[in-house]
Design a protein. Sequence first.
Lengths: 508, 145
Amino acid sequence: MTTTSTPAKTGGARVGVQKFGTFISGMVMPNIAAFIAWGFITALFIPDGWLPNLGFAPEWVQQLGGWSVNEDVENLGIVGPMITFLLPLLIANTGGRMVYGVRGGVVGTIATMGVIIGAGIPMFLGAMIVGPLAAWVIKAIDRLWAGKIRPGFEMLVDNFSGGIVGMLLAIAAFAGIAPAVTALTRALESAISFLVENGLLPLASVLVEPGKILFLNNAINHGVFTPLGTNQVAMDGKSILFLIEANPGPGLGILLAFLVFGVGLMRASAPGAILIQFVGGIHEIYFPYVLAKPLLVIAAIAGGMTGVATNVIFDSGLRAPASPGSIIAVIAQTPPDSLVGVLLSVVLSATVSFVVAAVIIRAGRKRDLEAMADGDDALAAAVAKNAANKGRESSVGDLLGTGAAATGAAGAATATKIQNVVFACDAGMGSSAMGATVLRNKFTKAGIEGVTVTNKAIANLDGSEDVIITQNELTARASEKVPGAIHVSVDNFMNSPKYDEVVDMVSK
Amino acid sequence: MSKVLELNQIKAAGSASTKEDAIAEAAHILIAAGAVTPEYLDFMKAREELTSTFMGNFLAIPHGTNEGKDTILSSALSFVRYANPIDWDGNEVRFVVGIAGKDGGHMDTLAAVATIFSDNDEVQKLIDASDDAELFALLSELNDA
């Protein structure tokens, strides 16, 4: 929370924020399609959505939207469960995978259920914390008994340790993290009401915009602005408060900046996002873009403050909450005497956030392009990782070629110590199991500790491997699956000179 | 649970002279032991086409592919020694260990096979063994592994 909302002053902090941003981006961006799907579904099916507004609201539309009054059906709808469960769990899974492969993803997802149920509001912040954290915990726990499990029992131990740890973490998240997030939300709400009641309206954007990005938009809107605004309407016939959160301008500006200056997936998905956000009124669609580049929250705040200031100057407001915050809903709720002010507030806030966002996006553009050129498309956790991978790959070439000189290079190039050696073959049933045994015996004889040697089917490699050993013919398939690992080819599984090189490499 | 390697799954004098026949010989032992269905042989051949199962030290370990695992009924090994080396993709093979692995139940045994065959002295003992029973005695630690 503090890291997202207080972007960097000094160089060190700046790098820190960028690293944090690339990690967040890596969690969020692969799931952008799910956000877009949810955005369209929401825009179409909620009571204020496009289909009901067109007068098309048969039973199935109501059921999808979750507002059917038919008592004979489960009336969950698809909109609520998607944003409450699906989207945060996807993010948690991706975050977990980034830390510890598929297994990290699974445990991270389990644990995140605890936060979601505990908080009772869409829990993206919690998912982004608990997903990777839980993956890190299971990684640390696995290390405790790595290499000590009898061959053949690995899967049993893995499944039960993962299940039990996942359960405990879900309970811990429910009991610990969820209340903290709920308290944060409450604090945000009361701080915003304080600003509003004391006439410090434009300052409210400093809290509202970061709050929105963390998907607290509905909590803020319904918890603060709707009750206060409704009181004002009773007296003045309109309220500026309905526009502080619901103004689609700041989000539009940020998305436009991505459309013009962004790269890769973020740029390509911007037009659809604009449609969903500005016309559909589903602001959530632009939050991932900001989460991926946390500095952009400055653009959102600047845009939001501009909009609020414009409405203060023109004394303009809305008759009722614009829900969802679509430009159409906003205009529909604008009384005639406020039309100029409201429209100006949207246009100006969009312009200001566009300009600020453009500067921020352009500043990071070169880096993003490089990341994309490396095939990771703004999934930039990749940037640092790629550098390391390149070091590894070149050392692999050396290892396979010249042997001795290379092992030193490999030791130097891999910043992380080699801990996870995997023999891979097609089925993970025969040759790899034997090779793993032989190498394990060699490690024991060499007195090497803390390195696990396991065997897997190539299809099950998940990226957590440091060194992958395969038969000559299968090395290409394995390195395609896990390009980041050191790959060693052997022709004789029983007695390969390559084993001694691996022993050398690991013991350094 | 039955042992994965019984005396009647060991042959000190295999009859095959080609790789194809040796794989079939291994498959028939596994089929006779009730460990696999006859279709398993096809998956063993497919696995061999993918990459050779020659392991080094005169050992080859034909087994099925990942797709063929439904044809495995229980874990078992076959162990056949050949007096004349078989040409296994250009390598000399004297020992063919057919593998049927179900739910990892064969892993301990396989690990023991690997340990034996990575030790040249042990391999020499297996070459010198006179009959099925002596091989079985040398390999019996496999069942206890």
